[in-house]
Design a binder for this molecule. Structure first.
Ligand code: HEM
Length: 456
């Protein structure tokens, strides 16, 4: 029986949600097919495994939830996916913990992310552009290519390790990661917890263990390198230095490395793929961005820290892309420890709430012509200016994305290198010629072939 509190809130039926997942419809469809309710009430509900969950697009509620993490803590993975391999793989980490445990993890991670090693980003960027050179003028499936670039950036910058997936698409590392990603991060697993079936669990556990062994090996190699006085300035090294007084155990370190791979790989790759799609479609924007890159960088291939800040137009493009196609279209569930009032409805304590930022980013109440790609709308604002909670691509408040600068550096380096060298176009007869086609909850575009024609 639906409790009174929920009676007036529109329901997305379980059938509807399962149908969307099976037919690979993205979060864009979820918003547009229920837009009238999101716009009228700022909230809809769905019932999963006997419990009501709410999806919220009201920016005032977003502010309330994000500014009071103690009242609205993140729901633990164990509660979200009980006994799942997802929970086992990610353990206790900085993104899913709360309170003092989160503070301890975040302190160590903050010290690692504080000074990002630009030289390691640059190294991987140059490798990426040199590989592209060998496929000059032929269609490149850019989502996969950018996944490999983002994977190698994480390897180098976060772990000081060369995964070499740009050089070798079948590298054992990316294969091990993909296998885990495909099997344990399945959107249907929230509804059907098939991980608990013993035979399936055993098969999947083997894949998780294989990947965990890779992470353990990386940590051990790093200990040895540090003992031998070898330093690269990567994040793992900074974390180990910050852990002198045992703030994180080895397994907690591993859980965080696994989390960085999860949080920072697909997100950045999607952001780059969708930006390149936009540049290939809006040639005037591409030309203006190229002109800025050449003007600010001169003969430098990789932007310096100062040049990163001066790339104003490129930053506007990146920000507008993250508004239109937020790679994390919904935040991790928060669990209400107090009742919360939305319009005239009181949502009772205990209800899981998901901030649906795709809906916030596309709301006509918050944005003029929300479906249009207009980098100029960010002319006067910068990333920090999300005061009205209408732009939340990296979240907000104390739980804001730890890797936001990491990803922005990675994106700017790739875009500078590509814009300088190539004219970027959609491949002829692309399925995306009338708009980007997206699938799954992560806003992944369907295979996206682009042509990179060398500019002389
Ligand atoms: C375009 C790229 C990225 C996007 C759009 C993105 C988005 C987000 C968002 C929306 C959150 C907040 C989640 C919430 O409040 O529920 C978040 C948190 C987080 N992100 Fe990112 N992220 C990106 C890249 C990265 C990278 C590259 C890393 C690491 C290398 C990273 C690591 C994290 C971590 C550790 C948290 C949890 C922080 C905490 O709870 O204290 N992210 N990210």
């Amino acid at each position: 029986k639906t409790p009174d509190a929920f009676k007036n809130i529109h329901t997305i039926t379980l059938f509807n949600r399962i149908f969307m997942i099976i037919t690979k419809q993205g979060y864009d469809k979820l918003y547009f097919s229920h837009k009238q309710y999101f716009e009228k009430d700022g909230i809809v509900k769905q019932r999963i495994r006997g419990k009501w969950y709410c999806l919220v697009t009201d920016p005032a509620i977003a502010k309330e939830l994000l500014l009071k993490p103690d009242v609205y803590p993140k729901m633990s993975i164990e509660k979200l996916f009980p006994n799942s391999l997802f929970a086992e793989y990610l353990g206790t980490n900085v993104a899913f913990s709360n309170g003092d445990v989160w503070k301890r993890h975040r302190r160590v991670c903050n010290s690692a992310f504080k000074s990002l090693p630009l030289h390691l980003f640059a190294e991987t960027g140059l490798k990426m552009i040199n590989t592209l050179e060998t496929i000059d003028n032929k269609p490149v499936e850019i989502k996969n290519f950018m996944q490999r670039y983002a994977f190698d950036v994480l390897g180098k910058v976060a772990f000081g390790f060369d995964f070499n997936s740009i050089g070798n698409p079948n590298s054992v590392y990316i294969t091990a990661f993909d296998e885990v990603q495909k099997t344990i991060f399945n959107p249907l697993s929230l509804i059907f917890p098939i991980d608990r079936v013993p035979i399936i669990r055993q098969q999947r556990l083997k894949k998780v263990n294989k990947l965990n062994n890779i992470f353990n090996e990386i940590i051990n190699e790093k200990y040895k390198a540090l003992a031998a006085g070898k330093s690269q300035g990567d994040l793992l090294e900074n974390m180990l230095n910050a852990c002198d007084n045992q703030m994180l155990s080895d397994s907690e370190l591993r859980y965080n490395l696994a989390l960085f791979m999860l949080a920072g790989h697909e997100t950045s790759a999607i952001a780059l793929a969708t930006t390149l799609y936009l540049l290939s479609t809006y040639k005037n924007v591409q030309e203006k961005a190229r002109e800025e890159v050449l003007r600010i960088l001169g003969d430098d291939l990789i932007p310096s820290a100062d040049q990163h800040r001066s790339l104003k137009y490129l930053n506007m493009i990146i920000q507008e892309n993250l508004r239109l196609y937020p790679p994390a279209p919904a935040l991790i569930f928060r669990e209400l420890t107090e009742n919360i009032k939305i319009k005239d409805t009181v949502i009772p304590a205990g209800t899981p709430i998901e901030l649906f930022l795709y809906g916030i980013h596309h709301s006509p109440k918050l944005w003029n012509n929300p479906e249009e790609f207009l980098p100029e709308r960010f002319e006067k604002n910068d990333y920090a200016d999300s005061e009205n909670y209408s732009w939340l691509a990296f979240g907000a408040g104390t739980r804001t994305c730890l890797g936001n600068n990491f990803s922005l550096i990675e994106q700017r380096i790739a875009l500078c290198l590509l814009l300088r060298k190539y004219e970027i176009s959609l491949a002829p007869n692309s399925i995306h010629k009338n708009g980007l086609k997206i699938h799954t909850q992560m806003l992944l575009p369907y295979p996206l072939d682009l042509i990179f024609k060398r500019k002389d």
